[in-house]
Design a protein around this ligand. Structure first.
Ligand SMILES: C[S@@+](CC[C@H](N)C(=O)[O-])C[C@H]1O[C@@H](n2cnc3c(N)ncnc32)[C@H](O)[C@@H]1O
Length: 255
């Protein structure tokens, strides 16, 4: 289990109900900029606690959203959240095993993923599956983390990963771009967001040193609050060194 309850409780307190990754609703809106989701059938890969899937349906107007994840507890919680928000009819969740996506060809108008594909090592196999389940002309939008050539030996990266509770499968962004092209996507782009994330992470560190840290400490205990702060500070060092490279991916299945 990569996302135990003590970790997801802390991440929700930082990012909001159902959200396990940085940025909240603004970040999701930013990723979707220029994409009209009305009438869209959407697949969200690595849906976690489902907060993003609620946004895709309720705020961005997707006709249907299927969130998939590998952790049963997260799927159960995401279903509970959809029921609580009255969205169970349009937003559903499915437990999957890593590998082939359990959907027939050409099922979705949009395949979305936020900060989840860093757990999947074989980018070409992953993107081939994304392309397969997209309808012709459909869109792939993801936020993912990569690293620089040689980052495996970087002291700051290893200091951060040593504190991390999750297993990450990083590649350089160029590997992802090549894999998108090789998979057969049209208009592939991998946009480096280091500057933006450096700023956002600094804000997270400040929050963890201030009101959010106090809230975490009061609700989850001082040890967990301290662990989140150390993690964010070490992530900051990995971002500032240039070795950790957050990116937005966009591509289209040819019509
Ligand atoms: C950092 S969380 C992000 C969750 C969600 N996208 C969000 O931003 O709130 C990463 C998620 O990816 C899921 N995950 C890991 N490997 C996966 C795989 N092979 N297929 C689908 N989901 C996976 C994890 O269980 C976790 O819920």
């Amino acid at each position: 289990m990569q996302y135990p309850k003590e970790l997801t409780d802390a991440l929700e307190l930082i990012w909001g109900e159902g959200m396990l990754s940085p940025g909240g609703p603004e970040k999701v809106a930013d990723m979707l900029e220029g994409t009209d989701l009305s009438d869209h059938h959407v697949l969200d890969i690595g849906s976690g606690l489902g907060g993003i899937d609620m946004l895709l349906a309720a705020k961005h107007g997707a006709a249907s959203v299927i969130g998939i994840d590998v952790e049963p507890r997260l799927i159960e919680s995401a279903r509970d959240l959809a029921a609580k928000r009255g969205l169970s009819g349009r937003v559903t969740f499915q437990l999957v095993t890593p590998g082939k996506l359990p959907f027939v060809d050409s099922s979705f108008d949009l395949v979305f993923s936020k900060d989840a594909m860093l757990h999947i090592a074989d980018k070409l196999a992953l993107y081939l599956e994304v392309l397969r389940v997209l309808k012709p002309g459909g869109t792939f939008i993801a936020a993912d983390f990569f690293w620089s050539e040689g980052a495996a030996e970087s002291g700051v990266v290893n200091a951060w990963l040593g504190k991390s509770q999750s297993d990450f499968e990083f590649t350089p962004p160029a590997v992802a771009l090549r894999a998108l092209i090789e998979a057969g996507f049209a208009e592939p782009s991998v946009t480096d967001l280091r500057q933006e994330l450096q700023k956002a992470n600094r804000k997270e560190v400040a929050l963890l040193k201030g009101p959010v840290g106090q809230k975490l400490s009061a609700i989850l205990g001082a040890e967990i609050a301290e662990m989140r702060l150390t993690n964010a500070e070490r992530r900051q060092a990995a971002l500032d060194s240039g070795d950790l490279i957050p990116c937005h991916l966009r591509a289209r299945r040819p019509s």
